[in-house]
Design a protein around this ligand. Structure first.
Ligand code: ATP
Length: 451
């Protein structure tokens, strides 16, 4: 009875296990721990052949949707290391910290607001409770030195978020692109945070990628643009196939808001480890431009041509973690399906647009390799194609299901005489015979209409 009640309350009940997803990712070349042969380095991850395709597909969709598809957003690719004053102006040097505690007995180090995850203390007699030190602030910025000296004057930071350089480049972009308010600047890039407890696979890492948009508007239009961008971003995640029941918007409570923020909302996804943020949408007011104006001594205001009003524009930010978004896509797509013959197949029901491999070409026998390879080379000019001639055909289909390949093409002995191949679809497992010379048009139609 108690167990049933728990299952009803637990929103993650029935979701696939994280361990299965992590294991598939490493085994099939999506993601594994960085520096694995040296025992790994905590909080850093490498994306393998399939992982990098998935990630690139996601980034291309974001770029198309947020930058290229609009005439009011410009792109940017700024350096990872910015002038150290940047981080003083932004408040990161002073405030970008988490409360840290240590257990005096077992030496475990935790974020003070995440002690529920600490588990029992292995080192104390007669109690499983940890003996925590008082919390102290730990700055999350990763430091480095620029130039030959290693002293305070040479200290620089790896950026903790990609948006700050958008503010530094605001004037340059606006003038070179001849933009007027309202308009945005967007970029995708690496960010670094010295997280106290990296965990949940790639969800909380020390090096990760962000895709951020800073949209500049007049303060009188802040609510309108906040709603617009929140709606846009939510629609994007829905279009990526993230299930309705696993996506939600959580507006921030007034006591959670940064002192300069007017409004903020997290877009959350239901991971196997619970509801967690994948994207933040923030109304940052004019804080950033005002601060960088102050610290740099450069005028970052705009003058309204009609009213002659001079002001620092208000900023609406959307900030999504590419790694968290990839993890959400994988967790959303992973299924173990019971087949009528009693077997179970593991599959990734990835949307076609993000699937790392679009088509697998499989000759039924090694003898048929040559014509099958010709088909693979032709299709490779248009899509990512995988060629596989080893193992029985059922096993080869399963291998493709497991990495989310939407179409498998089998070249068999009949293909020699009828110039047709079998196209098998991942989700339904239905098969149809398609003429070889119509393959490209067929796939184009299937892959493009799914966008
Ligand atoms: P959290 O509260 O989970 O630490 P945050 O509110 O600090 O996240 P933001 O500073 O708003 O996150 O960053 C925007 C996005 O960047 C997040 O929604 C997330 O997708 C991503 N992100 C932030 N920190 C990490 C991290 N350590 N590892 C992976 N992605 C991250």
């Amino acid at each position: 009875m108690a167990a049933d009640a728990e299952a009803v309350d637990d929103p993650t009940a029935g979701l696939p296990r994280m361990d299965d997803i992590v294991s598939l990712c490493a085994r099939r070349g999506f993601i594994w721990q960085s520096s694995e042969i040296y025992g790994g380095i905590n909080g850093f991850w490498d994306y393998g052949p399939l992982g990098v395709e998935l990630k690139n597909n996601l980034k291309a969709l974001w770029w198309q949707r947020v930058v290229r598809g609009r005439d009011d957003v410009e792109g940017l690719d700024s350096s990872i290391i910015a002038h150290p004053r940047t981080w003083e102006a932004s408040g990161h040097v002073e405030h970008f910290s988490d409360p840290l505690v240590d257990c005096r007995a077992c030496k475990k180090r935790m974020r003070a607001d995440q002690l529920d995850d600490a588990g029992p203390c292995p080192a104390r007699q007669g109690t499983s409770e940890h003996d925590w030190t008082p919390a102290r602030n730990f700055n999350l910025m990763l430091k480095t030195f620029v130039g030959a000296q290693e002293d305070a004057a040479a200290t620089a930071f790896l950026r903790a978020e990609t948006c700050q350089s958008i503010f530094l480049d605001f004037k340059r972009v606006r003038e070179s692109a001849r933009q007027r308010l309202p308009f945005g600047i967007a970029q995708i890039g690496k960010a670094f945070r010295n997280e106290i407890n990296p965990r949940n696979f790639t969800f909380r890492s020390r090096e990760f990628e962000q895709a951020e948009l800073e949209f500049f508007c007049h303060i009188s239009e802040r609510e309108k643009w906040f709603e617009h961008w929140l709606g846009e971003r939510l629609a994007f995640h829905h279009e990526l196939g993230l299930k309705e029941t696993r996506l939600r918007v959580r507006p921030h409570r007034p006591d959670e808001l940064a002192h300069y923020a007017h409004a903020a909302a997290d877009i959350e996804f239901l991971f196997p480890f619970g509801w967690q943020e994948i994207e933040g949408v923030h109304d940052r007011g004019d804080w950033d431009l005002r601060r960088h104006s102050e610290f740099s001594g450069k005028d970052l205001t705009i003058t309204d041509e009609e009213t002659k009003e001079r002001f620092h524009p208000c900023v609406i930010e959307t900030s999504v973690g590419i790694d968290r978004s990839c993890l959400a896509l994988l967790a959303n797509a992973y299924e173990e399906e019971k087949l009528p013959d009693g077997e179970t197949r593991a599959l990734l029901r990835l949307p076609l647009a993000v699937a790392p491999v679009k088509v697998a070409v499989l000759p039924l026998a090694k003898k048929l390799a040559e014509p099958a390879q010709r088909i693979a080379s032709e299709l490779r000019r248009h899509w990512s194609v995988f060629y596989d001639e080893s193992g029985n055909i059922g096993r080869r289909y399963r291998r493709q299901d497991e990495v989310g390949t939407p179409f498998c093409i089998t070249y068999d002995f009949d293909s020699e005489s009828d110039a047709r191949v079998t196209v098998r679809e991942r989700d339904s497992m239905t098969q149809e015979r398609i003429p070889v010379d119509g393959l490209r048009a067929y796939l184009q139609d299937r892959l493009e209409t799914a966008r």
